[in-house]
Design a protein around this ligand. Sequence first.
Ligand code: SF4
Length: 215
Amino acid sequence: MTATTRTLESDIAIPDDVKENVFITSVNGIYNWARSNSMWPMVFGLACCAIEMICTASSRYDLARFGMEVFRATPRQSDLMIVSGTVTKKMVPTIVRLYNQMPEPRYVLSMGACANGGGPFKEGYAVVDGIDKFLPVDVYVPGCPPTPQALIFGLMTLQEKIRAQSITSVPWYQKDGELTGIVPIPVLGPDLVDLRQVDVIKDEANKTKLVTTEA
Ligand code: SF4
């Protein structure tokens, strides 16, 4: 053991994650440690859950501890979209457009029952039953609304996920990955029937009617 190593071990308390970066030497480790501790969420709220998100950024909960206090007012400078609130069908194209304007690597956290699955408005004609039908969600935070503590737990979970990723296999760097392609646009109306399929449904119903009559 060299003198330098002895000095480091005896005099300085090095946090475990930093120790890993310094001594285990992986580009992934350094890269992931840096970006997971400096995420920039977008200023973006849809309904009541957004109030809890705003509280989380305030001094009582202090997102600066996680390097996330810099909420950006433009998607071009953000790498985290927190979908906080009820997602209406009218808003979906705008949300997807904002997501597409974010630079990679980018992450999505779905906050609250509405964003996760429609929440109390699930069967409403104007609300989608989960933003994950349109965007790749990384972390879901349950609750109506989730508390700031719950959101912080979700953000820490996202940090853990980022730290386990590899530069070479992270999905956003795969040009032909499953995430590329056309973004579906929801149609207004109850989700029980897809109105775009009305003609097909009508044909199928007529076929059944025919068989019943013949019998
Ligand atoms: S989950 Fe509850 S608190 Fe959050 S937006 Fe929906 S209704 Fe509001």
